[in-house]
Ligand binder design. Structure first.
Ligand code: ADP
Ligand code: ZN
Ligand code: ZN
Length: 726
């Protein structure tokens, strides 16, 4: 025996067996402990790893030489005991490598070697001068310059997002604007706080019920506009006064700018904000503010659930049904599961709020696993908006337009006259979603994805909405050589054109990923709409949720049942949610709201119940279907997707894996079945259904590990509790 001291380290490399650590030696005196990051060499590359534990092994038992740890990156562990245990649990639950979980928990730019507050310089722009005259082709330059003149100095990146790279660059080059650097203001902004509302009697009852509930997880089923947010804020206030911390989770930030604003308005500097639109440096700063106990409230999207709060007294998850809470890459965790797990650790309440709770959560509340508090009155005592369902087929028979039907047209006309605002929702961007050969009907598809290419008129090109590939409009049909193509269907670009044609004097604002640049442009758009700088806001689902504008009295939902054509088990639920949530944007002020839902199948129960805002009947009916088809919440699902350029070569390996799973009587295994090709990869999927999740996980873990070791070149994506099976 010749014992030597080694550290077991989790590292990241492409072919990761789950949960494997690697041994590294370290010199006497190196300060190592669990959760500290280290630099090591692996396959001749330097990588960053996390120390799991320190042990001793017998040098004589090794057939190879161990490598030393190259550098210790952290003075103290970044992850405390709670987070370390959480990562362990998460790795198990999501069947993903431990290192992927550690990474999900930390802002990417952790540079803890220095304890100084990082100073960050940002680039700003300011108006200098303007030319005698702009020529006709410089319209955008003119707009960009005048905007700056009017608004004063602003972040260069925001300015670029608003007006595009090329016009702003020209202005800079011609010195009409000045560019300069300033230290980031992020932490120093003085914020004025506004007082709390007095709760309405209905809010007060819900507030008291939430406080009195013995359950750790409580579902707050509250109508849109019932004042849930105010309740969260007052509960958070109460918790802070007890010296504890509150964590408020919201769906993707672009959709809920108002929520963040409201939290900031109440708690001022005492708030950290954490979401995907922050850059690495900003995220790091917010993370450190929390770690250093500078704030008691965190508001943020999915990944904010990992913020290093150590004395949590309340966790709120607003719009708990929202799909953005699920991470769609490794590790495929659901924020709700993590929130509940953290709640258990801190023995604090976890409040899940929604007007349209996920079936899973409502079912648990009905069974008594979660508490249930209901709040159905709107704060302003307005009834929920009246919903008119327009049968598009019927309108077509009357030779009406299928884009904006006559009833909706009339309603828009009416609101424009009254100077009220309108939101129009269409969940498809681009101009025409389909382009086909006029002679042989072949649809133009993405060369890498087997999906229809979308025509974008502004680019005069075709765009794949799955992989982003852009290509020129074809001249000849690949199949028959014809030169004639027809385009059909409509997206937001075409809708904008159509609306402008119908209502020439209306001010129209379009929001979709094509018009809204990356950074904070969302907020800019929403603020402008809030200031009534536009009459009609049209856009994709990014405008469906969370908005609270008193002047909006009409919401139009086009193509509302498009999702129902899909066979996915959750598409009916998603359709219902979308209609109810979008309807909830109407009539939030003193005037009653109206909603027009255009549908091809108005008799579908999702549309019928949504138009009556009737969640309970919808829940009952949808649960029946889930029961019959053995889908969640009656079962659990795990999906395994295999991908490779030439996947056929691995068919037998995948079949073997599925046979192995099928031999387990407690599992129901479907597939492997072929999926559409995406990103130039062929794909196959296996679905595992069962009622004992732990057992399912164990079964999948074992076959997955073996498969990865024997065929590391095949991509495998395992998703436990997938949101959908699209
Ligand atoms: P929800 O989150 O349930 O959709 P909100 O919290 O957005 O509802 O509330 C709807 C509107 O009512 C908001 O404009 C909010 O400021 C206002 N509001 C909420 N509670 C009160 C109250 N107690 N008194 C006056 N206004 C309130
Ligand atoms: Zn053809
Ligand atoms: Zn593609």
């Amino acid at each position: 025996m010749n014992l030597m001291k080694v550290a077991q380290v989790y590292i990241e490399h492409p072919v990761m067996a789950i949960d494997q650590t690697y041994s590294y030696t370290y010199p006497e005196g190196m300060r190592l402990s669990r959760g500290v990051r280290v630099k090591v060499s692996f396959n001749r590359r330097e990588v960053i790893g996390f120390v799991d534990c320190l042990t001793e092994i017998d040098e004589n038992s090794l057939s190879y030489q161990l490598l030393p740890i190259l550098e210790v990156l952290d003075e103290s562990p970044l992850l405390n005991d709670e987070m370390y245990a959480l990562a362990e649990w998460m790795a198990y639950r999501t069947i993903s490598p431990r290192i992927a979980c550690f990474q999900a928990m930390l802002p990417s730019k952790i540079r803890p070697k220095s304890n100084r507050k990082p100073v960050k310089m940002l680039q700003y722009v300011a108006y200098q001068s303007e030319p005698e005259e702009f020529n006709g082709r410089q319209r955008q330059q003119k707009e960009a310059l005048l905007y700056l003149k009017e608004h004063g100095e602003m972040l260069r990146s925001e300015w670029r997002d608003l007006f595009g790279i090329s016009p702003t660059r020209s202005l800079e080059e011609k010195n009409y604007v000045s560019v300069f650097e300033k230290e980031a203001q992020y932490l120093k902004e003085e914020k004025n706080t506004v007082p709390f509302f007095t709760l309405t009697p209905a809010q007060k009852r819900a507030f008291d019920e939430l406080n009195a509930s013995e359950k750790e997880v409580i579902l707050l089923h509250g109508a849109t506009g019932s004042g849930k947010t105010e309740i969260y804020l007052q509960m958070a206030d109460q918790i802070i006064k007890e010296g504890k911390q509150a964590l408020i989770l919201v769906p993707e930030i672009g959709l809920t700018p108002q929520m963040v604003k409201r939290v900031e308005e109440r708690f001022g500097d005492n708030v950290a904000i954490y979401h995907s639109k922050l850059n690495d440096q900003e995220r790091y700063e917010q993370f450190m503010r929390v770690k250093n106990h500078e704030v008691s409230v965190v508001v943020g999207t999915r990944s904010a659930v990992f913020m290093p709060l150590d004395n949590i007294g309340l966790i709120v998850m607003d719009e708990e049904h929202d799909h953005s809470y699920k991470q769609m890459n490794k590790p495929f965790y659901h924020c709700r599961d993590i929130a509940i797990k953290r709640g258990e650790y801190h023995h604090c309440k976890v409040i899940l709020g929604s007007a349209t709770p996920s079936l899973e959560s409502y079912a648990r509340a009905k069974k008594g696993v979660y508490g249930l508090v209901t709040l159905l009155e709107r704060v302003n005592h307005q009834p929920l908006p009246k919903v008119v369902v327009v049968d598009v087929n019927q309108q077509l028979r009357r030779k009406d337009s299928y884009i904006i039907t006559k009833p909706l047209r009339d309603a828009i006309e009416d609101r424009l006259k009254k100077n009220e605002q309108i939101i129009i929702l269409l969940n498809r961007r681009g101009y025409n979603p389909i382009m086909r050969c006029a002679d042989c009907n072949t649809v133009v598809t993405c060369p890498d994805c087997d999906l229809a290419m979308n025509y974008h008129k502004d680019l005069n090109q075709l765009v794949c909405h799955t992989c982003g590939k852009i290509m020129d409009v074809p001249v000849t049909c690949e199949k028959c050589g014809s030169h004639y193509f027809v385009r059909s269907g409509y997206g937001t670009q075409k809708l904008e054109e159509e609306l402008q044609r119908l209502f020439p004097s209306a001010r129209i604002m379009r929001m979709d990923t094509d018009t809204v640049g990356k950074k904070k442009a969302h907020e800019e758009y929403f603020t402008r709409f809030g200031n009534h700088e536009a009459d009609i806001l049209l856009g994709t689902q990014m405008i469906a949720k969370g908005l609270d504008y008193p002047l909006v009295t009409l919401v139009g939902i086009l193509n509302s049942d498009a999702l129902l054509a899909r066979s996915d088990f959750r598409s009916v639920e998603t359709t219902f949610d979308l209609i109810v949530q979008a309807s909830g944007r109407s009539g939030r002020g003193k005037d009653a709201g109206e909603v027009y839902v255009q549908a091809f199948d108005p008799s579908h129960y999702a549309i019928r119940y949504a138009s009556k805002h009737d969640y309970l009947h919808f829940f009952a009916e949808e649960m029946n279907y889930r029961h019959v088809a053995k889908y969640p919440p009656y079962t659990y699902l795990i999906s395994m997707v295999f991908s490779h350029n030439d996947l056929e070569r691995y068919t037998s390996a995948i079949m073997d894996l599925s046979y192995q799973l099928k031999s387990d009587e407690k599992l129901k295994v479907l597939g492997p079945s072929d999926l559409l090709r995406t990103f130039n990869k062929q794909r196959k999927r296996i679905i595992i259904k069962g009622t004992d999740l732990d057992h399912m996980i164990d079964a999948v873990r074992s076959v997955y590990d073996t498969f990865m070791r024997s065929t590391p070149e095949v991509g495998v994506v395992v998703d436990v509790n997938p949101l959908s099976l699209e």
